[in-house]
Design a protein around this ligand. Structure first.
Ligand SMILES: *[C@@H]1O[C@H](CO)[C@@H](O)[C@H](O)[C@H]1NC(C)=O
Ligand SMILES: *[C@@H]1O[C@H](CO)[C@@H](O)[C@H](O)[C@H]1NC(C)=O
Ligand SMILES: *[C@@H]1O[C@H](CO)[C@@H](O)[C@H](O)[C@H]1NC(C)=O
Ligand SMILES: *[C@@H]1O[C@H](CO)[C@@H](O)[C@H](O)[C@H]1NC(C)=O
Ligand SMILES: *[C@@H]1O[C@H](CO)[C@@H](O)[C@H](O)[C@H]1NC(C)=O
Ligand SMILES: *[C@@H]1O[C@H](CO)[C@@H](O)[C@H](O)[C@H]1NC(C)=O
Ligand SMILES: *[C@@H]1O[C@H](CO)[C@@H](O)[C@H](O)[C@H]1NC(C)=O
Ligand SMILES: *[C@@H]1O[C@H](CO)[C@@H](O)[C@H](O)[C@H]1NC(C)=O
Length: 859
């Protein structure tokens, strides 16, 4: 079976090299030296290489820079327009101090062409991928020329896309014509500085994509989680305005690539498999395509018919996607506004900006001008807002869902468009009075019962707590000062970020006492008041077990909620079993550190920790986000579960609830949870089973796809098990240290834990018994969740609901950890797409379930 090329771009060695190589690798070229075809410069840490290459099927020679580990990936080309036909090109530093590329007849094919030059010029290939011309005397700092100023089709960390406002020069990416031809193609990726800065892709000066304006933190249409891996930046001052990015973890090799067909791809290099793994593309879906829906229309990829007119607008004809007003504006009689949330704001075509107005002033400003059609008061940088007003039609509005953004677009409608005729206004007022009186009496009633309940509950809690910790004050949990945390984490500096989980980023910090801490900064929408939050933290802090990470305290400031944990220097389990950074680059040395005995102990530790959470603690806790990256190892490799109890803060504490807010991570989520939103302790057992199989196999469930049958790790393990080949699941690294009977028992228990139906899965106490008792008889495991028997030679069926889940999970692997409600929606639309049915309209004749229910009904 072929894997989808979108998701894995195999790094093909498409470059033809001459066998000649410089005997000693150097990164500097002086006036005396030269580089002829076949010779190369290599940056000091061997990241990049400069030399001649032929792209694809072409026989032309170009001078370029590529990743040394992946010679097919060229990031910069010098002579894009002037290829050298033979292999006789030479790169040299000329007497005038310029870099020159000469062909056989010594004519200049390409030149750095600077007028001001160095006295003692040298060219150096830096480890950032930048080729620079500088004075040999002043080694660091100023460059006379650098390749970063002349981007090709790739943006590396530290490169800029934008404008030099002094000279009016613009830097932008230009796609190649094709894989065989690096000459400038049809697409460019640039910074649009008109109004508020945004990134755009265009072709023949028509936009094909835009990110939406920069709001001080990110671009509207770029998922926020990408900001934690890649710190996006827009710098604007009187000299320049540009976009660039940094990488959070220096081990990550990444690039932004504008491909031949006009898509900007975010790619990450996986060192062990030499693959470029695809994380994100822009445009990502049809709603990302500029103006997909025409004027005054909102695009939503969740709907089968993506386009829908704005409220108060109708579509006039079948042919045109544009929507027009139902009733025209009436400036005199007074217009109103309708709110539009969760969207990429309309493109800035005809607009006006006014800095620092309040929302009311912004509205007033819009009402002043009869042709103003919408306004928004949006953040444009840290602490600065701008009132944006639109005139005329509104273009390119699409739904984005992001917990970090909440711009509200106010779209102007006439009174009748809003449904506010004279009569209805009166009616509305009556209605409002009625509602207000109902609400206020309900509030009073609620308040009274709340106070009574509170009193009663406090007594209960105290009783409860005294039982737990004899006589200790319930307010023992230290409350950290915000300023203490700020200083400890270096003002939440980007360099201190050590992780990003579903509930928010984690920072490393140093207290003045020298103690190291990990600070979890909860995302702001937990919706909890201070008291409620503190109560939860007190309860969570009472959970103390050798296999749980210790909570040291919390910090509350305004909307901010933070949890302070002990710091675990050995990082998380995933870096041990999958290599550091999981998929991103495997580290075999670290992997080998964990013998079978270590893994055995780790699994038992996790089992005990989870058992404590489920049963032994006085406060049963369902973890809901158990996964390898949530298991931390201390210096003795004792596993400690982290992030427990957070689900209570975010989702309430019912034992089995249906929730619309699915929190968790793909690859670990039980089917009933991912699809229905129902969770129970058995959903944790599922995640535990996945984790167990991952620890034994050394492979990730999510992202794993077997070449022969495309099943995920669970499916693969189950198939092998049924053929009595269970041991083949084991990580080959364990061959020397393993005890076969134990490995088999672990895999067996793992398969029991991941069975599709919650009732079939064992409880954690039974898991512990089964793992530790040789004599325990184990039932035969049924098919795991998300397993659909599938003929490997079937074509992907687009009409049947029996979806290949492993494909589905696989394609979602780019979604690391973040609040999954978006992913849930994505999942629903995915189901809709593969089944060709709408989730809400669908009702099966036999059981009247909707589509989601239908898929999960196999129990
Ligand atoms: C640069 O200068 C150093 C000494 O300052 C010298 O050894 C070296 O050869 C020079 N390199 C080139 C390429 O001129
Ligand atoms: C070298 O370049 C010059 C100018 O571009 C061109 O006229 C000449 O034909 C080239 N020579 C060879 C051998 O390609
Ligand atoms: C070098 O720059 C000058 C002006 O700055 C320009 O006229 C000339 O065409 C350029 N030459 C090349 C080879 O780019
Ligand atoms: C680029 O544009 C030209 C003319 O509009 C067109 O013929 C060509 O197919 C386009 N190339 C790509 C790769 O889209
Ligand atoms: C460009 O990227 C898009 C989106 O990822 C992809 O669908 C398309 O196949 C890519 N084109 C090429 C030539 O790689
Ligand atoms: C808003 O800006 C416009 C021009 O850009 C100016 O005429 C107007 O007075 C400004 N309004 C306010 C309230 O600052
Ligand atoms: C309304 O705004 C438009 C666009 O900025 C401008 O051309 C027009 O003169 C304004 N009208 C009034 C009455 O201010
Ligand atoms: C603007 O930024 C402030 C503080 O950073 C934040 O509280 C507010 O929610 C942001 N507003 C919008 C519309 O994003």
């Amino acid at each position: 079976m072929e894997r989808d090329p979108i998701f894995t771009l195999i790094c093909l060695l498409i470059v033809v090299f001459s066998p000649l190589e410089l005997s000693e690798e150097v990164d500097v070229l002086g006036v005396e030296g030269s580089i002829s075809d076949g010779e190369t410069l290599v940056s000091s840490l061997e990241t990049f290489q400069l030399g001649f290459f032929s792209p694809g099927k072409s026989r032309n020679r170009y001078l370029g820079i590529w990743f040394k580990t992946c010679p097919g990936t060229v990031v910069w080309v010098a002579n894009r327009n002037n290829p050298i036909a033979d292999g006789k090109g030479v790169l040299a530093v000329s007497d005038s101090g310029n870099l020159v590329l000469l062909n056989q007849t010594k004519s200049v094919v390409w030149s750095s062409n600077m007028s001001v030059t160095a006295q003692n010029p040298v060219a150096q290939l830096l480890d950032t991928g930048n080729l620079v011309l500088k004075d040999n005397k002043s080694m660091a700092g100023s460059y006379f020329w650098q390749s970063f100023d002349y981007p090709s089709d790739t943006l590396l960390p530290g490169m800029k896309v934008g404008w030099n406002l002094k000279t009016g020069e613009e830097r932008y990416l230009t796609s190649w014509k094709s894989a065989d031809d690096p000459s400038p193609g049809n697409f460019t990726f640039r910074l649009d500085k008109n109004g508020l800065p945004q990134l755009v892709i265009d072709t023949e000066s028509m936009k094909t994509y835009r990110t939406g304006p920069w709001n001080g933190f990110g671009f509207e249409a770029i998922p926020a989680y990408l900001n934690f891996l890649f710190k996006h930046n827009v710098v604007s001052n009187e000299n320049e305005i540009f976009f660039s990015y940094e990488v959070a973890n220096k081990e990550i090799t990444t690039r932004l690539w504008l491909n031949y067909t006009g898509y900007l791809q975010r790619l990450i290099f996986t060192h062990d498999s030499k693959n470029w793994e695809f994380l994100y593309a822009a445009p990502f879906d049809k709603c990302g395509i500029y103006g997909f829906c025409g004027a005054n229309s909102v695009c939503s990829s969740r709907r089968a018919d993506a386009c829908k007119c704005l409220k108060g607008f109708i579509s006039k004809s079948q042919e045109s996607k544009n929507c027009v007003r139902e009733s025209s504006l009436d400036c005199q009689k007074g217009d109103g506004f309708t709110r539009l949330v969760g969207v990429k704001v309309p493109d800035l075509l005809k607009f006006q900006l006014n800095e620092s107005l309040s929302l009311k002033q912004c509205e007033a400003e819009c009402l002043k001008n009869c042709s103003c059609t919408a306004y928004v008061n949006m953040n444009v940088s840290e602490g600065r807002t701008s009132c944006v007003m639109w005139f005329g039609d509104l273009f390119d509005i699409s739904e984005v869902s992001d917990m970090y953004r909440n711009e509200v677009v106010f779209v102007r409608l006439s009174a009748s468009g809003l449904g506010l005729t004279h009569d209805s206004r009166k009616k509305n007022r009556l209605m409002a009075i009625l509602i207000v009186s109902i609400i206020s009496s309900a509030t009073i009633l609620g308040l009274i019962s709340f106070i009574i309940w509170k009193k009663w509950k406090k007594r209960d809690d105290l009783l409860h707590l005294t039982r737990l910790e004899s006589g200790e004050d319930e307010r023992e949990v230290p409350l950290f000062h915000f300023s203490t945390i700020e200083i400890a984490t270096n003002y939440f500096s980007f360099g201190n970020v050590i992780g990003e989980g579903g509930f928010g980023p984690v920072y490393k910090g140093n207290l003045p006492t020298g103690q190291e801490i990990a600070v979890k900064r909860l995302s702001k929408d937990s919706g909890q008041g201070v008291e409620q939050f503190r109560n939860e933290v007190v309860l969570i802090a009472k959970l103390q077990h050798k296999n749980l990470v210790g909570l040291l305290g919390c910090c509350i400031q305004g909307n901010e909620r933070m949890l302070v944990y002990e710091f675990m220097p050995n990082k998380s389990l995933d870096s041990f079993i999958f290599g550091s950074q999981g998929v991103i680059c495997a580290d075999h040395k670290k992997k080998a550190q964990l013998s079978w005995r270590n893994r055995f102990d780790i699994v038992l530790g996790i089992t005990r920790g989870l058992l404590y959470l489920h049963q032994d603690s006085k406060l049963p806790i369902i973890h809901r986000d158990l996964k390898a990256s949530n298991i931390l190892l201390d210096s003795n490799l004792i596993p400690k579960i982290s992030d427990f109890g957070l689900a209570r803060i975010f989702c309430g504490n019912d034992v089995e609830t249906k929730t619309s807010r699915v929190v968790g991570t793909f690859g670990y989520m039980a089917p009933e949870y991912a699809i229905d939103g129902t969770f129970s302790a058995k959903s944790d057992v599922f995640s535990f089973g996945v984790l167990l199989l991952e620890i034994v196999s050394g492979k990730k469930n999510r992202g794993y796809s077997h070449l022969d049958h495309l099943h995920n790790l669970l499916g693969h393990a189950w198939l092998l098990w049924n053929e009595d080949r269970g041991l083949e699941v084991m990580d080959t690294i364990l061959e020397e240290t393993c005890v076969r009977s134990e490995v088999l028992r672990f895999i067996h228990v793992g398969l029991l834990c991941v069975q599709e139906c919650p009732e079939d899965r064992p409880t954690m106490s039974s898991v512990l018994f089964k793992l530790t008792n040789e004599e325990a008889t184990l039932p035969r495991p049924k098919a795991p969740g998300f397993f659909v028997q599938r003929n490997p030679y079937d074509n992907f069926s687009s009409t049947s609901v029996t979806t290949d889940w492993s494909f589905c999970l696989h394609s979602m692997q780019w979604m690391e950890d973040f609040v999954i409600s978006d992913v849930f929606i994505f999942w629903v639309s995915f189901l809709e797409i593969v089944s060709g049915k709408s989730s809400t309209g669908f009702s099966h004749p036999n059981h009247h379930q909707d589509l989601l229910g239908y898929v999960s009904r196999n129990c």
